[in-house]
Design a binder for this molecule. Structure first.
Ligand code: NI
Length: 208
């Protein structure tokens, strides 16, 4: 185990403070981006970071803060929450910018606009966030998110804004977009589970 994969007690304290802050912000969410999403992303990112020998502190801090500036989760917030929070933590300025870079390049939309996660740590947090959109949890989150946006479950098309269409438009493509080998392996397994779910869904839809 590399040195960077062990957290100092100072780092543990900082992560605890961050947990408390994020829990307060996201505990009311019912769109699939609640505090438990954050905890799962952190846990997954932590375990990928260990396998890929990445900086555990940076990965966990970015995982905890990755959704606090997303306008679709917390409304049309002014943004800059992560930055303001980190500035108060007394961590080095370079660390603040590393975390902010990771968060800024994270989303599917950023990537479609050409953004890339430059650091290994950023790639890992992105992988962990995407993994949470896959598998059994991903299925549950897709319908929760769709419901929160008043989207239909399904309308017979793979090409509209229903939750089932979202599987074909985005979710099933995610395994190809993973950055790390560890995440690719997990993503493929979770995708197989989703394909099984979709098969059953369509059979039942047809009354079979
Ligand atoms: Ni997220």
């Amino acid at each position: 185990m590399s040195i960077r994969s062990r957290l100092s007690s100072d780092q543990k304290t900082l992560l605890q403070k961050t947990e408390t802050y994020v829990e307060k912000l996201l505990h009311d969410d019912t769109s699939g981006h609640d505090y438990f999403h954050i905890l799962r992303v952190r846990k997954t990112a932590e375990s990928i970071a260990q396998k890929e020998k990445a900086d555990a502190f940076l990965v966990q801090m970015a995982a905890l803060l990755h959704d606090v500036d997303d306008p679709k989760i917390l409304g049309d917030a002014p943004g800059g929450r992560a930055e303001a929070f980190l500035q108060n933590l007394s961590v080095p300025e370079s660390f603040v910018s590393q975390v902010l870079d990771i968060i800024a390049n994270l989303s599917f939309t950023s990537q479609m606009n050409g953004a890339r996660e430059g650091s290994l740590e950023g790639q890992i947090v992105q992988d962990a966030d995407r993994l949470d959109a896959l598998g059994a949890v991903g299925i549950a989150r897709t319908f929760a998110y769709g419901g929160s946006r008043h989207r239909p479950i399904y309308s017979g098309s793979a090409d509209d804004d229903s939750s089932i269409a979202h599987f074909y438009q985005k979710l099933l493509r995610l395994p190809e977009l993973m950055n790390t080998k560890t995440a690719t392996r997990l993503a493929r397994r979770r995708r197989r589970l989703m394909l099984g779910f979709l098969k059953a869904f369509h059979q039942e839809w047809e009354g079979r």
